[in-house]
Design a protein around this ligand. Structure first.
Ligand code: TRP
Length: 352
């Protein structure tokens, strides 16, 4: 099977599981296929010489669903592989895709163009983010796009410098300052600045900055999120308790936090916390969804309707005090037939 065959099939099944209008779902599925062009026609497994950092096994795409009250949004995150001979091909394919998006309704890539050069390398590293994209679709509206960039492209020690300059160019220096003031302490505690993301919308675009949490006490994860104006630490602690258990344990599975900056922010506005889901976390996800104003039945329908998917991350974000949380479930696929380990990536044909 081809990448586009696999990804559009799983996308279609996700739409069906969520009972999305079929005509609309088909139109967006065609859009997904076009985003993966031309590399998507390649067979999975025959040309995976380069692992993508999107998934642990190097597969370049992930589906996710965002639930907020009655509102359900479907999303696809992917890395464009291009020729996929050297990492520069991935970076180049991503740059080309951003420019292709420019003509679509509601898309504005101006802000991307203002910062792009900061995130490019002449020889990007293997198995690191290059220029990734996501499509997010709320049925009944046009798909929206986002781009993800790598602040560590010139080495991890420059990541704050790169993001600081990007924030300056985007007029967000003031909002970034509270984070910058804590940079030394955050790094010392094991919070690593890892992605920089930009909405490619013409209306109220946001900037997001993602942190990876290395080995630390679970409660310490909240330090980054607490920098956001609308974060609710008490609710976040309850979510951690249900999903992960005791706040005093040391987490080693690298949860993530993203801080969102709105175009006119003077501080980080919102925080999204991504917790890894252990194997049998279904019950726990349902429990959190009920407590946080969501509908676990939709999540259950997704898990039974989409084959070979593993819920890998659960995200939680509060946008209004006391309001329903915005919750996300991120699905990873075992599309490569053999698990691949860093340093020994398989290129064998899986025959799928
Ligand atoms: N593979 C990485 C990870 O799981 C990057 C990643 C992909 C990610 N999708 C994500 C991180 C969503 C946070 C949220 O860590």
């Amino acid at each position: 099977m081809s990448y586009e065959g696999f990804i559009t099939d799983r996308w279609g099944r996700l739409c069906a599981a969520l009972a999305v209008d079929e005509g609309q779902a088909r139109a967006v599925q065609a859009e997904v296929r076009s985003l993966l062009h031309p590399w998507g026609s390649r067979r999975i497994g025959t040309a995976c010489g380069l692992p993508s950092f999107v998934s642990a096994d190097g597969f370049p795409a992930e589906l996710s669903v965002s639930y907020r009250g009655e509102r359900t949004e479907l999303r696809l995150l992917f890395e464009s592989l291009g020729r996929a001979v050297v990492p520069l091909d991935l970076q180049q394919a991503g740059r080309v895709l951003t420019r292709r998006l420019a003509g679509k309704p509601g898309v504005d890539i101006e802000r991307y163009l203002v910062v792009e050069d900061l995130f490019l390398a002449a020889n990007p590293a293997r198995y690191r983010p290059t220029v990734w994209h996501s499509l997010a679709w709320l049925p009944g509206t046009a798909p929206r796009y986002k781009v993800y960039l790598n602040p560590q492209v010139h080495g991890i020690s420059d990541s704050y410098g790169v993001v600081g300059e990007a924030m300056r160019r985007l007029g967000l220096s003031r909002a970034w300052r509270p984070v910058l003031e804590h940079a030394g302490a955050l790094t010392a505690q094991g919070h690593e600045l890892e992605f920089f993301a930009l909405d490619l919308y013409d209306q109220q675009p946001r900037v997001k900055v993602y942190f990876r949490h290395h080995e630390m006490k679970l409660s310490e994860v909240d330090t980054v999120a607490a920098l956001a104006r609308r974060h609710d630490s008490a609710r976040a602690a309850r979510v951690r308790q249900v999903i992960c258990g005791d706040d005093d344990v040391v987490v080693t599975d690298e949860p993530m936090t993203c801080l969102a900056f709105h175009h006119d922010s003077s501080v980080p506005e919102e925080a999204n916390v991504y917790l890894r889901l252990p194997g049998a976390a279904g019950e726990r996800v349902a429990e959190v969804m009920l407590a946080e104003g969501g509908d676990p039945r939709k999540h259950a329908a997704v898990l039974s309707g989409v084959p070979d998917c593993r819920p890998e991350l659960f995200s939680h974000r509060v946008t209004e005090p006391g309001g329903p949380a915005d919750m996300g479930v991120y699905l990873r696929f075992d599309a490569y037939s053999e698990p691949v380990r860093e340093g020994e990536w398989s290129c064998g044909d899986t025959g799928r």
